[in-house]
Design a binder for this molecule. Structure first.
Ligand code: SF4
Ligand code: SF4
Length: 151
């Protein structure tokens, strides 16, 4: 399964939050509810994501990618599929299927770097790079395995 199959449809990430002036977080009425779906969601779990009628401000439809200044880059060659990054990511932006790490959901990743901190491999399988950094260049410059310090 490719990441494109997991994320790829024309609804996901099509609205960029913050691109135009909307209500700020400190202006929202207390107790307001943002519904996830536009219509009756009774049978939503039986529908494929692309067939669900997501509301305009659901995290599925909206993207916050423009908030990020640094991004994690994933190196499949080193990853051991331990799932640490998936467990700890505060934005559910690690894509994993059947306990296999597939990559980063760049529509929702905020660039916090938590996934890099919890990655146990040597060298790490996720590293932070500038947002504009080309992923192929990032992979080409990946650090070597660190040797244990002699006592
Ligand atoms: S940088 Fe932060 S938000 Fe992005 S995938 Fe890693 S833990 Fe998640
Ligand atoms: S924490 Fe590192 S080794 Fe574990 S699944 Fe994530 S990228 Fe792979």
């Amino acid at each position: 399964m490719s990441i494109g199959n997991v994320l790829g449809n024309d609804k996901r990430g099509r609205i960029e939050l913050g691109a135009e002036k909307k209500v700020g977080w400190d202006e929202v009425t207390h107790g307001v509810v943002l519904h996830s779906f536009e219509d009756d969601a009774t049978d939503v779990s039986s529908r494929k994501a692309e067939d669900r009628n997501y509301a305009q401000f659901s995290s599925y439809v909206a993207t916050v990618a423009s908030w990020r200044v640094i991004k994690p880059v994933y190196n499949r060659d080193i990853c051991i599929d331990c799932q640490n990054c998936w467990i700890y990511c505060p934005d559910t932006s690690i894509i994993s299927r059947d306990k296999q790490m597939l990559g980063i959901d760049y529509d929702h990743c905020k660039g916090c770097g938590v996934c890099v901190e919890v990655c146990p491999t040597n060298p790490k399988s996720l590293l932070m790079f500038a947002e504009a950094h080309n992923p192929e260049d990032a992979l080409a410059s990946w650090p070597e395995k660190k040797k244990k310090e002699e006592k």
